[in-house]
Design a protein around this ligand. Structure first.
Ligand code: FAD
Length: 384
């Protein structure tokens, strides 16, 4: 077993670390307050190759796979979860669905501009009443000869406010639904009949765009079916295995940041004439944080390595997402305890991290749904 990162991934880490330190962290408070990621920062992410990093070079991607993707997301996670969510919705779900299951012509048509970040993507699966039970979606696509006619409404779609391409799931056979009756389409936001509206303010990830997407008789050419008609639910599930790595990678960056902030705070905060860090109870909290960070890191990179090796990793992705998001909440809570009143002031890093992190147990499949996925895999494939 070799756990070292390649020199290429180490260089990527250094680049992303400097970018996060110099260009993301100074804007994080403003992004949270104003409720948007500045276009200039999105342009810089594109310049750095963030929007195509894991995808094959033949389609304009960076060719760095899921390991590279996780390194990038870990470093961004130190700075601002709204920026991480913007990148993740594009890369790990919006574009990944096309890259995984799209036919050659579709990939050639869309991936290069998406990888360069000239176009941005969203991923539209969830609807009101069809979140955990995505198979209950009502958005439908009717075969109208040369095209499908798409009607319905999606909800809670990250990047919906500015995405050019919306990877959209719709029912094509109501009798079959998740068993061969859902199809994935590449829909362009500029097409007639597509409209979006904000879902309103959120407690966290406030800088990340979250919208409804409406489809009113949208004509989708048949070439824009991702893979086969009826195979969309499988595409969604395969895509979300990758998407779950985003949550853990962001959690890893955030929890490492908490450890660094709390170590510094404990070292300089006086208590009875000595640094707070000399109190054993504070040391135990730092130890718990460090142990959780190590566990997230170990799970995440093993899982990313499995994905790149082409191994099945559905169970591992769910375990990693579930435990990493649980641990992230615990770590940030411990961090707030160490920082005391300073941490709870609105505008402090930990206060923002606390609100942002809470969403990680909900999106990309709630942690209850991860347990169902894990249990199903255990029962079908054995203890492992
Ligand atoms: C900020 C944000 C961004 C998002 N971005 C996207 C996006 O880009 N694209 C997209 O398609 N979706 C997106 N989502 C939607 C997200 O994936 C859903 O919120 C999530 O799948 C849960 O669905 P729900 O909110 O409808 O909750 P529900 O499905 O209504 O669940 C409510 C509760 O019931 C529990 N529950 C439901 N079913 C079961 C069961 N069978 N067994 C046990 N417990 C169960 C859940 O775990 C949860 O605790 C986003 C959500 C948020 C908050």
């Amino acid at each position: 077993m070799d756990f070292t990162f390649s020199p290429e991934l180490e260089r990527l880490r250094q680049t992303m670390r400097a970018f996060t330190e110099q260009e993301v962290k100074p804007l994080a408070g403003q992004i949270d307050r104003r409720g948007e990621v500045p276009r200039g920062l999105i342009a810089r992410l594109a310049e750095l190759g963030c929007f195509g990093l894991p995808f094959p070079t033949e389609y304009g991607g960076g060719g760095l796979g899921e390991l590279g993707y996780c390194v990038m997301m870990e470093e961004l996670g130190h700075g601002c979860a709204s920026v991480s969510a913007t990148v993740a919705a594009h890369v790990s779900i919006g574009v990944t669905a096309i890259a995984l299951d799209g036919g050659e012509a579709l990939k050639r048509a869309y991936l290069p501009a998406l990888c360069r970040g000239e176009k941005l993507a969203a991923y539209a699966l969830t609807e009101a009443g069809a979140g955990s039970d995505a198979g209950a979606m009502r958005t439908a696509a009717r075969d109208a000869g040369e095209a499908f006619l798409l009607n319905g409404e999606k909800m809670f779609i990250t990047n919906g406010g500015f995405a050019d391409v919306i990877t959209t799931f719709a029912v094509t056979d109501a009798a079959k639904r998740s068993r061969g009756g859902i199809t994935c389409f590449v829909v362009e936001a500029a097409w007639p009949g597509v409209s979006t509206a904000s879902v309103g303010e959120k407690m966290g990830l406030r800088g990340s765009s979250t919208t409804f997407v409406r489809y009113d008789n949208v004509r989708v050419p048949k070439e824009n079916v991702v893979g086969q008609v009826g195979a969309g639910f499988r595409t969604a599930m395969r895509t979300q295995d990758i998407g779950r790595l985003s949550i853990a990678a962001t959690a890893l960056g955030a929890t490492k940041e908490v450890l660094a902030l709390c170590r510094a705070h404990a070292a300089q905060q006086p208590y009875r004439g000595k640094p707070l860090a000399e109190q054993q109870i504070i040391q135990f909290m730092l130890a718990d944080i460090a142990a959780n960070v190590y566990a997230i890191e170990s799970m995440l990179y093993r899982c990313a390595w499995m994905a790149d090796a082409g191994m099945p990793f559905t169970r591992e992705a769910s375990i990693t997402k579930m435990l990493a998001s649980d641990m992230q909440d615990r770590v940030i809570d411990l961090g707030l305890q160490i920082q005391g009143a300073a941490g709870v002031r609105v505008g402090s890093t930990l206060e923002r991290f606390y609100r942002d992190a809470r969403i990680s147990r909900i999106f990309e499949g709630t942690n209850e749904i991860q347990r169902l996925v894990i249990a199903r895999d255990v029962l079908q494939r054995g203890a492992g």
